[in-house]
Write a protein that binds this ligand. Structure first.
Ligand SMILES: [Fe+2]
Ligand SMILES: [Fe+2]
Length: 355
């Protein structure tokens, strides 16, 4: 093959590449069975797994308050919410796995500190009112970010987001309701609610990521129809949403520059502390060390569950293989050895990862 032929072939997109481009231009879904550029697969694997890690680490600040919830009803609601977050993590790890990276690898990336998770979960939950502020602001920001992701071009991610967003709406509502009750309670309760909002407002706005000018990957992500709106557009949408909600709560937002801009038809808001954001992302937030330590402990404590699940899966596979052999050739007396079982499981995993 000559060099000229090679470059001519490279210039002409393959049928698979054309199919991918067609799916994107039609605003259709890319499924695990479809060919996709390696950069698309890599970018999505990073985004979906970071999202999964955030759901799992995000259980910690609220789980700390389950035993201290002020009533049985509050305890039950908070437990349900924390369990929802675990479920979100599981949907998202499954979606990430369809891109070809096993969950054990994704998990290792989190435990080793190689993978990031949302910076917001590195802040402490100091009072019961923080359960309200987290629900209202953190889950509220998550909804703004995630509703457009329901239309993400990658099918398993978009479909996971549909279910997750429904649950996030409930989370935001329960947070709002906690704050409403506190802000209409005693003066001390109202102050506790205001203090929680003061602490979570800035970090919640930072959940949308750095300003557009400092977010170089966003544009590619938008061209692939993964992201639909820029970080700043989503942040603006969130600010516009929470200002009237704060008024309804009888609380203020801690930003002296926050005011309605008639010309823009949006609220203007002040500069956020991006140095603090970068420092938290890099591991120096108030709770980074504590969150990772707790996650590693939980993973180690769960080793027996993984071992039991693995032993059960092996037994099931062996029994299925024996039953299959008995039905297909009863006279042959096929001997099922460990190699057959392992090969069978390997194939099943591959199908699971690509189908
Ligand atoms: Fe969630
Ligand atoms: Fe949530």
């Amino acid at each position: 093959m000559t060099e000229q032929t090679t470059s001519a072939e490279q210039a002409e997109p393959t049928a698979e590449q054309q199919h991918f481009e067609h799916l994107i231009s039609e605003d259709s879904r890319v499924e695990p069975r479809d060919w996709m550029p390696e950069a698309y697969r890599k970018s999505l694997t990073r985004q979906v797994s970071q999202h999964a890690h955030s759901e799992i680490i995000g259980m910690q600040p609220e789980a700390n308050w389950i035993t201290r919830a002020p009533s049985l009803k509050r305890k039950a609601v908070l437990m349900a919410k924390v369990q929802d977050e675990a479920g979100h993590g599981l949907y998202l790890y499954s979606a990430a796995e369809t891109l070809g990276t096993p969950r054990s690898v994704l998990n290792e990336q989190l435990l080793s500190g190689k993978a990031k998770y949302s910076s917001i979960f590195n802040y402490p939950a100091r009072t019961w009112a923080d359960m309200g502020a987290i629900g209202w602001l953190v889950d509220g920001a998550a909804i703004c970010n995630q509703v457009p992701l329901c239309r993400a071009s990658y099918g398993p991610y978009g479909r996971a987001m549909v279910r997750i967003c429904k649950e996030e709406s409930f989370h935001q509502r329960q947070g709002w309701e906690i704050l409403y009750e506190l802000s209409h309670g005693t003066e001390a309760q109202k102050q506790m609610a205001q203090d929680a909002v003061n602490r979570f407002y800035g970090p919640a706005l930072q959940m949308f990521g750095p300003p557009d000018a400092d977010s170089p990957n966003s544009q590619q992500s938008m061209q692939w129809n993964i992201k639909r709106f820029s970080n700043d557009e989503l942040r603006q949408r969130f600010v516009d949403m929470i200002v009237p909600q704060a008024e309804a709560l009888g609380l203020t937002l801690p930003d002296p520059d926050l005011k309605w801009n008639e010309a823009r038809g949006h609220y203007d808001y002040g500069q956020l502390d991006w140095n603090e954001f970068m420092s938290v992302i890099k591991g120096s937030g108030p709770c980074n060390v504590q969150r990772m330590k707790r996650r590693r402990e939980a993973h180690a404590n769960g080793a027996w569950v993984r071992e039991a699940a693995e032993a059960y899966a092996q037994r099931q596979a062996r029994q299925a293989a024996e039953a299959e052999a008995a039905t297909s050739s009863p006279e042959a007396g096929v001997e099922i050895d460990e190699t057959t079982v392992v090969a069978g499981r390997g194939s099943a995993e591959l199908i699971g990862a690509r189908a």
